[in-house]
Design a protein around this ligand. Structure first.
Ligand code: PLP
Length: 361
């Protein structure tokens, strides 16, 4: 029996979610986003599950790519970075694809002798204003690298700032910007769509889609239903370690933030902010105890949190608690805590044991 806090991952859910991407974007290749340790799900495990079904993977840091290369031989893209000759050499050694997001990087690449040519993804800034070139710079970088001997392949890419917005107009403008700039330079494979655009903007699918969060079971548009509904891959679980009855006016936890009105039943759960549960979770944040909804009562501490279980049936020490996962979407917990599933997933700490059940049968 797992006796404290643990993560349980569902390979079936992961594969189902990839299948949803496949159905929504049947004509595009899939570049699965595995940055930040597969959004906290374990990059090695995610890569092994997805490798036979996705056409490539992408990460944000060289050390992530180095680690993944030990078990993944397919197309592996390193996202926008500060480039120097050492990094270019390393990319060539590891046969990584590389995002070129400014003209200086394109020039450096053109001037650097490499053991083998690199496949490059040129990035156009379409409105996010973090990385990427203007249309004019993009054209220059394209012409410099297009037939250059250091380049084995070229893609055109951009990244949306507002794809999950109900108001579609800005994303449509951003789609137009990449298409117009790219078309003027010739027939080059295009990539724009993150998860929200995979779901809500079919016109953005192009040649490569780049889903991240939807693979892990969160639908940023909150619109997929039925067979297409996504399934949570990460289940963050813990157990009740103590129970007590409080009388009217009694407080719970540090500074007794929460006070009982009337007689209440409180459960103490073996999870805290040192496990990655947000410390700023307010009273009322939902958790599941034995699969039933209850809510946080009192400040989350380092190793423990407290839950009002007065409305539930019998609760005993050892009972299972779901902090997020099947039955309680991380996005919903995030809404209470002023954050998003992405942040919750990537902040679960190392002391939390990971379980990867074999559901391959
Ligand atoms: C993280 C990332 C994505 C995936 O975004 P999701 O919202 O998780 O689908 C796509 N493209 C780029 C460049 C990214 O950095």
């Amino acid at each position: 029996m797992h006796n404290t806090t643990w993560l349980e991952f569902s390979p079936l859910a992961l594969r189902h979610n990839l299948g949803v991407v496949r159905r929504l974007a049947p004509d595009a290749a899939i570049l699965a986003m595995l940055k930040a340790n597969g959004y906290g799900h374990g990059a090695e495990w995610v890569a092994k599950q997805l490798a036979p079904r996705a056409q490539g993977l992408a990460v944000a840091r060289l050390n992530e790519a180095e680690q993944l290369r030990q078990y993944y031989a397919g197309r592996l893209l390193l996202l926008g970075n500060l480039l120097d000759t050492e990094l270019l050499q390393r990319c060539a050694d590891l046969q990584l694809d590389l995002v070129i997001h400014d003209v200086a990087s394109a020039q450096l690449l053109a001037a650097t002798a490499l053991p083998r040519p690199l496949c490059v993804w040129l990035k156009l800034n379409v409105g996010m204003n973090r990385l990427g070139m203007t249309a004019e710079e993009f054209g220059r970088a394209h012409r410099l690298l297009q037939h250059h001997p250091h380049i084995s392949g070229l893609h055109h890419m951009s990244h949306f700032s507002d794809a999950e917005d109900i108001d579609r107009a800005e994303t449509e403008r951003q789609i137009g910007r990449l298409n117009t700039t790219s078309e003027a330079l010739g027939l080059v494979p295009r990539s724009m769509a993150n998860s929200a655009a995979v779901i809500a903007h079919p016109a953005s699918h192009g040649d490569w889609v780049r889903p991240g969060i939807m693979l892990y079971g969160d639908d940023p548009t909150a619109s997929l239903q039925g067979d297409l509904a996504l399934q949570p891959v990460m289940n963050f679980k813990s157990r009740v370690v103590a129970l007590r009855t409080l009388e009217d006016g009694d407080g719970v936890g540090y500074n007794r933030r929460w006070r009982a009105s009337g007689r209440r039943r409180l459960a103490t759960v073996a999870a805290g902010y040192a496990d990655g549960y947000p410390r700023h979770a307010p009273d009322g944040t939902p958790v599941l105890v034995n699969g039933q909804r209850a809510s946080i009562a009192g400040r989350v501490s380092m190793d423990l949190l407290t839950v009002d279980v007065s409305e539930l049936g019998v609760v005993q020490p050892g009972d299972e608690v779901t902090l997020w996962g099947a039955g309680l979407p991380a996005a919903e917990v995030g809404r209470h805590c002023g954050t998003i599933s992405y942040e919750l997933f990537t902040r679960v700490t190392d002391r939390v044991k990971r379980y990867y059940p074999d559901e391959s049968a």
